[in-house]
Structures are given as structure tokens and as C-alpha cells.
Design a protein around this ligand. Structure first.
Ligand code: FMN
Length: 176
């Protein structure tokens, strides 16, 4: 039985990629299972002593599925060693790249009413070519307002992989 469960809520794949990186770099790699929030419905969560949830932001929000999962499994989560991280592009800004300064983490804590042992926030990725017309225009406008890249032919990965690896080491040390 796996010792650590990593659950991702991801639309375009960056949060999933971060979860896979955590598994790959972890000292407990062979004991880690990575699944989507959709598949988490059918997983026996209580079989894991350690659990990470990673969720991305879309139009200011984490998926409702994440909150539903937490609310349904709150008792189990409170008996485990847990962590939550958010993936968003606001976190590319130095002044918004910690759990204390990132607005989405702060909102998450209020809505979820759950305090995991370890919190983190990672900057995500902008891949204009992948987006539908409407999304592309909105993201481009937000990038313009926040002095980010507006050339829609580009792919911009803001994820700081060293910070993901440092988080993995911290989580590894907390595992029970
Ligand atoms: C339609 C759309 C809306 C987004 N809205 C926000 C937002 O409100 N705030 C933010 O910081 N990032 C926003 N992002 C950036 C995503 O959080 C970023 O692309 C992240 O890497 C997505 O993770 P995923 O690939 O796991 O879905 C948005 C991205 C898209 C495509």
C-alpha cells in the first residue's frame, strides 16, 4: 500500500507536472501515488498517512471539486500529515509568492476551513496557444495590466523548480 497520496486539480497540466516532479524527487518515490481530484473520489484516502493536494487557479478560484473533497474527507485529513499548494501566475511576483502573501492561499484557507500542516504556492505557466479565443484575450489583458508577457505566440513557464524541490524535501521530512 502506498504511503503518500498526491492529488492534483489541474486544467492545463502544470499542476499535474509539479505533482509528478514531487514524486520523482522525493526520497519516498516508490511509496507515492499521484492521482487526479476526479479519481480521488474512488480512492480509499484513509489508507494513506501522508497526503498532498495541489490545485491550480482559474479566474481567481480553485476548483469546487477540491473544496468538496476536503469537506467530505475532513475527519480523515485531520488525522493525516497533510499539505496543500496552489498554482497560479500571480505567484510569479516576488511579493505574492509565499503562502502568507499569496491571495489565493489566503482565500483557500478561509473557504476550506482546513489547516494542512504545510502550505506552499508555485507560479504556473502561460501557454497562449492552448487557450480558447476568449480565455486568450482575457489572460493577455491581465498580463498587460500586471506587466507580464503579452506575445501570444510564446509559452511562459514561471514555475521555480528549485522551490518545488525544496518543498519536496520539507514534506519528505514531515512524513509519518
Ligand atoms: C482561463 C485561465 C484563467 C486563469 N486565471 C488566473 C487567475 O485568476 N489568477 C492567476 O494567478 N492565474 C490564473 N491563470 C493562470 C493559471 O493558474 C496557470 O496557467 C496555471 O499554470 C494553470 O495550472 P494547470 O495547468 O494545472 O491548470 C489562469 C489561466 C487560465 C488558462
Amino acid at each position: 500500500m502506498s504511503k503518500i497520496l498526491i492529488i492534483y486539480s489541474s486544467t492545463d497540466g502544470q499542476t499535474k507536472l509539479i505533482c509528478e516532479r514531487i514524486k520523482k524527487k522525493s526520497a519516498h518515490e516508490s511509496e507515492i501515488k499521484v492521482i487526479s481530484i476526479e479519481d480521488a473520489e474512488n480512492e480509499n484516502i484513509s489508507a494513506y498517512k501522508n497526503l498532498i493536494i495541489g490545485a491550480s487557479i482559474r479566474y481567481g478560484k480553485h476548483s469546487k471539486k477540491v473544496y468538496k473533497f476536503i469537506s467530505k474527507n475532513k475527519h480523515i485529513l485531520e488525522s493525516q500529515n497533510t499539505s496543500f499548494f496552489s498554482v497560479n501566475v500571480v505567484a510569479r511576483k516576488f511579493e505574492k509568492n509565499t503562502p502568507d502573501t499569496n491571495p489565493y492561499i489566503q482565500r483557500f484557507l478561509k473557504i476550506a476551513n482546513w489547516k494542512p500542516s504545510l502550505l506552499a504556492v508555485f507560479a504556473g505557466k502561460i501557454d497562449y496557444q492552448k487557450y480558447r479565443f476568449f480565455d486568450k484575450q482575457i489572460i493577455r489583458f491581465i498580463m498587460f495590466l500586471t506587466k507580464g508577457p503579452t506575445d501570444t505566440s510564446g509559452v511562459y513557464e514561471f514555475t521555480d523548480w528549485e522551490s518545488v524541490d525544496a518543498y519536496t524535501e520539507t514534506f519528505d521530512r514531515s512524513c509519518i
